[in-house]
Ligand binder design. Structure first.
Ligand SMILES: Nc1ncnc2c1ncn2[C@@H]1O[C@H](COP(=O)(O)OP(=O)(O)O)[C@@H](O)[C@H]1O
Ligand SMILES: [Mg+2]
Length: 281
């Protein structure tokens, strides 16, 4: 079912990517700077979980590539394999088959130690429940990755100030999480994810606990971070309203990428909802 193709070249600007190929392979087609280098390569990736005597085939041959500065959304029903794909991109679990290449590095060819360092330095992660430390202020939470690395404390203060300004939270720098709204906490988490200037930011349902006003702030912020900071953002969501702020929406059904939508950051939720129904409904 998968259409074979030669391995994609990082920065291959001349390949004419169709919106969707046979077998559900999707390639970047919409985002800004479509000659930007490819940062994320997923090549015929399968993932099987073996649990108590039976096998769950969570991903069944997903191929896609995402360029620098693209805000990409992954949409699909519950159980379709979205979180699994994000875990694989983050190198948290290995693919059963296929290849995942981030910034030219094949994750499977790294040692555990190299993968941990790579994740820490080149990837930012955002969680549905923010994962802030409740005893630390907003500024301290943002600085946390530097404390873990141990050697960057002197650079931290200025960088943390810039990032809090970026997420419009300079006035909350000394607040602890319980004195902030959910949306503010998630903006702190986004600032923290950016501290080490990562290549990619992975977000699994980042607005799952937020009301719609706060959700829109997060989606617009992620769009701004992708386009203005040149970050590649991969956001898992089931909300058409959020996916519509992405440049590309990759639709997953039963472990297969069944197609792709290009709202191009328009925020046109109806367009995404209709397109999604056609692909996955
Ligand atoms: N650690 C795991 N062990 C066994 N099965 C899993 C595990 N994680 C996910 N699955 C299964 O894989 C499928 C895809 O799950 P997941 O990637 O979490 O989907 P989604 O995020 O789209 O809801 C589901 O059937 C789920 O039950
Ligand atoms: Mg999930």
């Amino acid at each position: 079912m998968m259409e074979p193709r030669p391995p994609a070249q990082a920065g291959d600007a001349h390949a004419e990517p169709p919106l969707l190929r046979a077998g559900g392979e999707t390639r970047e087609g919409g985002g800004p700077g479509s000659d930007a280098p490819v940062v994320v390569e997923v090549d015929d990736v399968h993932k099987q979980y073996h649990t108590s005597g039976h096998v769950v085939h969570a991903l069944r041959g997903v191929s896609l590539s995402i360029r620098r500065g693209t805000f990409a959304a992954i949409m699909g029903a519950s159980g379709s394999g979205k979180s699994t794909l994000l875990h694989l991109l983050g190198g948290l679990t290995p693919a059963t088959r296929g290849r995942i290449v981030i910034e030219g590095h094949d994750l499977a060819r790294m040692s555990d130690r190299q993968r941990t360092l790579f994740r820490r330095r080149r990837m930012g992660v955002i969680f549905q429940d923010y994962n802030l430390l409740s005893t630390l202020t907003a500024a301290e939470n943002v600085a946390l990755p530097h404390l873990v690395d141990g050697n960057a404390a002197r650079r931290s203060a200025e960088r943390v100030g810039e990032l809090l300004a970026l997420v419009h939270l300079s006035h909350r720098a000394e607040h602890r999480p319980d004195a902030m709204s959910g949306g503010e906490q998630q903006r702190v988490a986004i600032a923290r994810a950016l501290l080490n200037d990562p290549a990619i930011v992975l977000a699994d349902e980042p607005t799952g606990n937020l009301d719609s006003t706060q959700s829109f702030e997060i989606w617009r912020l992620m769009q701004r971070v992708a386009h203005e900071q040149g970050k590649t953002i991969v956001m898992v969501t089931h909300e058409a309203a959020g996916a519509a702020f992405a440049d590309r929406v990759i639709v997953i059904k039963d472990g297969v990428a069944v197609g792709e939508l290009h709202p191009k950051g328009s925020g046109d939720a109806a367009l995404v909802a209709t397109g999604y129904q056609e692909l996955a409904g």
